[in-house]
Design a protein around this ligand. Structure first.
Ligand code: MN3
Length: 213
């Protein structure tokens, strides 16, 4: 479970399990602390997994894959709980892979070419990504996503994610307060800047882009 699965998600079928982090919980210090992971991974992410399994006990969606569950539940007011927990399982499993020790810097290869094409420059992309994350009101996520012909920056509320909008996630940053409050208190812009400068795993983003582009 060190590498918890493919680049789209790392979960296959019910009952879902909490994936291990793709790094040691203290390896991203000082930028993201082991204490943050003790809550964010071991409590928040685990709660989404447990809640989803509980809800699936009595649902005919239990035989579906995680992505099928998310897509089936999206927009269905009777399945809000399943959607929220399934999407948060997917989002966190994806998010852990978006970071690595000694991360940051710039992407290479065709992802960098596409970023420069769609955003003007890598710096312009960084500014737009940070702006999206800083201005997501309340809980949510900032994304780099691929819509089939171009890269977009999206911000989503709560558990919402690109796949329900017909887009492919390339990179994300969790901007729920539980992601940064222990290390950055209320300074969400500082957290987003550190995420891009010191934590981003551009190889993972490149893998995601290679699969879909
Ligand atoms: Mn979170």
């Amino acid at each position: 479970m060190k590498n918890c699965g493919n680049v789209k998600a790392n979960q296959t079928n019910y009952p879902f399990i909490l994936p291990e982090l793709p790094f040691g919980a203290s390896e991203l210090e000082p930028y993201m602390s082991a204490n943050t992971f003790a809550f964010h991974h071991c409590k928040h992410h685990l709660a989404y997994v447990n809640n989803l399994n509980k809800l699936l006990e009595t649902s005919d969606l239990a035989g579906k894959s995680l992505e099928e569950i998310i897509l089936a539940a999206a927009g269905n007011k009777d399945l809000v709980g399943i959607f929220n927990n399934a999407a948060q399982v997917w989002n966190h499993s994806f998010f852990w892979h978006c970071m690595k020790q000694n991360g940051g810097g710039k992407p290479t290869g065709n992802l960098l070419v596409q970023i420069e094409k769609d955003f003007g420059s890598f710096d312009d992309f960084c500014n737009a990504f940070k702006q999206a994350g800083a201005t997501q009101f309340g809980s949510g996520w900032a994304w780099l996503a691929w819509d089939g012909s171009k890269l977009l920056i999206e911000k989503t509320a709560n558990a919402e994610l690109p796949m329900t909008r017909g887009m492919v996630a390339i990179l994300t940053c969790d901007v729920w307060e539980h992601a940064y409050y222990l290390d950055y208190q209320n300074m969400r812009p500082d957290y987003l800047a550190v995420f891009l400068k010191n934590l981003v795993n551009w190889e993972f983003a490149q893998q995601n882009f290679s699969v879909c582009s």
